[in-house]
Design a protein around this ligand. Sequence first.
Ligand code: NDP
Length: 338
Amino acid sequence: MSVRWGLIGASTIAKQFMINAIRAQKDGEISAVMSSNPERAKTYAAENNIPLAVSTLDDLLGADIDAVYISTTNELHLEQALAAIKAGKHVLCEKPLALNSTDARTMVAAAKEAGVVLGTNHHLRNAGAHHAMRDAISAGRIGKPIAARVFHAVYLPENLQGWRITRPEAGGGVVLDITVHDADTLRFVLGDDPIEISAFTQSAGMAGSGLEDGAMCIWRFGSGIIAQSHEGFTTKFADTGFEVHGSEGSLIAKNVMTQKPVGSVLLRTAKGEEELSFDREDLYARSLRQFHAAMRGEGQPSATGEDGVWSLASAEAALLSGKSGKAVAIEPKLGSAK
Ligand code: NDP
């Protein structure tokens, strides 16, 4: 039996990655796409070989579909997810799950109540590089983890220089866009939850309307690990990377905060240096594979709804810290998702 997907949102991310990721599954097919604009829906469906184009949520949810993938702008996720859950559809939702963690918790509770799967599309925890880092840490290869550094300041491509830098009401800004990913990747790789964050945010010339286009955050984790992360839209020439430093070794990963299965992970200890090998499976295809399994009752999505609450609660705390100039506690108000 195929899993029939309905796409909510005629978006760039669906076109660039998710349509292929769904079709890469043996049992994945795309039945319908919804855009708020009927003409756009038709054009998008034709360009991407999708049989049905609709322009209302009711029409999408009334179609023959098992699951929806939500990739509209962020302010729409809550209402669309709740409607899909009410219609008994499984939901893979883009990050941030909503505009605030209270709404994200509402989505998690609704999915639980309805008995449908809710996943958050945090792609980075599906990267072979991050699995290799997490495995090395849990195998004790760097001893006791002490500190982490995340380099995730990029240049927002021109075709995406829209709502992210102009529309606060749509959930624009680099913190809701990239800090959420860093929160999730740190949690996944370290196997630990953040408890406190201190952030400086900036508007370095790209974002308007009071939105931030750069952030530097300092994180404290439950076990005592401290971390720093740098997110940005405006740095054209920076590399991405992720380092974790422990009592007996360091992991130094380069070019791994990206959408593609690329980059390298170096383990450095008293014995010398070793390049860790890892699988190069497409990040989004792995996300879909695990989501399909979760729909069959086998395990959970790679990032659950609870993981989405954690990342959003972290981003919320970062934004509050940026405004108040004080460190802020991260309170997802959930049990630990680990
Ligand atoms: P887009 O700007 O491409 O799409 C968002 C919405 O904008 C679409 O739903 C569509 O509305 C409208 N839109 C898109 N292109 C056009 C166009 N050419 N003309 C008119 N309207 C257009 O956003 P992204 O794909 O970058 O992001 C969508 C969501 O996915 C966000 O929540 C974002 O945070 C998330 N995301 C996640 C990533 C990940 O790796 N996990 C990576 C990138 C984004 P309509 O559907 O009504 O036509």
